[in-house]
Design a protein around this ligand. Structure first.
Ligand code: DAH
Length: 344
């Protein structure tokens, strides 16, 4: 009986000391398990004198219940602690800012080409594309460019095959060869724009790159006049650069157009009064153009006595540079994401 009293007196402090569920289980085995004082006493009850049995039996029962109660209470406390720890470990901080997935976008050059093309498809033009590796015949001869023309030199043109003029192959220096290819494969009337990559033996400087993009335009029909060319380019300038823009056509020379012209647009920065953007002239040189030379029509089998047409060719980089104030062509090709993101 004394041992039970001692056991009961020490139990609460010992149980409270059990720091986790494992320690508690060990203690529980010691206090109420098979080898505990309580279990042994129970097993020995039969050997006690008959009159002591109920007294000891009742005491054993009482002690067991008290111990079990203390143990159960401690277990529930420790279980809660364990659960809290688990929850804390798995905690998700829903207030934390997430990662925004970065959404792709079209490159500024692609956007520019698409927009230019859209303006012309809006006028009923078709869109075509052609080979980047081109025969000299389409790049030069069919476009009325004589064999002696300086642009055919290796210092200007990147050749794949050079030497025998009849099978010379090159990286096209402009999108104009598609004028001839398109007319060969399509009957008049023709209204087509041709965007594409072009190549020249140029070193990189603020306005030149060995690779660049052009957008070619060609209209061939009956009674096409220089006025149609001017009206079409004026429409383009207003659509692409703003409704205030005016254009003028200055005499120029291209082998495949006669007359040839260079389209100038009134400066968007000073509206024509002269500023740094337009080098004080009030005008910005933008597009090469002209009336299709009858020799070009004849070269593809079109009847130049019945048909006439105009053509133009613009640099896509130049359009984007003028429109967005980009000061170096390299920005289109370095693909610095910080630059490209400015054109979303
Ligand atoms: N192909 C010319 C160039 O790359 C641009 C050009 C001028 C295209 C006049 C034309 C045109 O269609 O009519 O410089």
């Amino acid at each position: 009986m004394e041992a039970f009293d001692q056991l009961l007196a020490q139990a609460p402090a010992r149980i409270d000391l059990a720091g986790d569920l494992d320690a508690l289980a060990t203690l529980e085995a010691e206090l109420v398990g098979k080898k505990s004082l309580i279990a042994e006493t129970r097993r020995g009850l039969g050997r006690l004198p008959a009159e002591e049995r109920p007294v000891v039996g009742a005491r054993v029962h009482e002690v067991l219940r008290s111990l079990q109660e203390l143990l159960d209470h401690r277990r529930s406390v420790l279980e809660r602690v364990a659960e809290d720890r688990l929850l804390e470990q798995d905690r998700v901080d829903v207030s934390l800012g997430g990662y925004e997935p970065s959404i792709g976008m079209h490159h500024i050059l692609t956007q520019t080409v698409d927009e230019v093309v859209d303006i012309f498809t809006g006028l009923g033009y078709r869109v075509a594309s052609g080979p980047e590796v081109e025969l000299a015949w389409y790049n030069f001869d069919a476009l009325n460019t004589p064999p002696t023309h300086p642009s055919r030199l290796e210092s200007d043109t990147l050749y794949v095959e050079y030497g025998d003029p009849s099978d010379e192959m090159l990286l096209r220096t402009h999108t104009s060869p598609m004028q001839a290819r398109y007319m060969e494969q399509n009957d008049p009337p023709v209204y087509v724009v041709v965007p594409g990559r072009t190549f020249r033996a140029d070193a990189l400087d603020p306005t030149h790159s060995p690779v660049f993009y052009q957008i070619e335009g060609l209209a061939v029909d009956e009674n096409i006049t220089f006025g149609d060319l001017k009206g079409t380019l004026a429409h383009f300038a207003r659509e692409f650069f703003g409704s205030e823009r005016k254009i003028r056509l200055m005499p120029h020379f291209f082998p495949f157009t006669e007359p040839s012209a260079e389209m100038h647009m009134s400066c968007y920065a000073c509206d024509g009064s002269g500023c740094r953007v337009c080098s004080g002239s009030g005008w910005i040189e933008l597009i090469g153009c002209g009336m299709v030379d009858p020799n070009v029509l004849d070269a593809v089998g079109y009847d130049s006595s019945k048909l006439s047409g105009f053509a133009f060719g613009m640099g896509a980089e130049r359009m984007a540079m003028v429109r967005h104030g980009i000061n170096h062509i390299k920005h289109f090709y370095e693909n610095d994401i910080r630059v490209l993101r400015q054109f979303t």
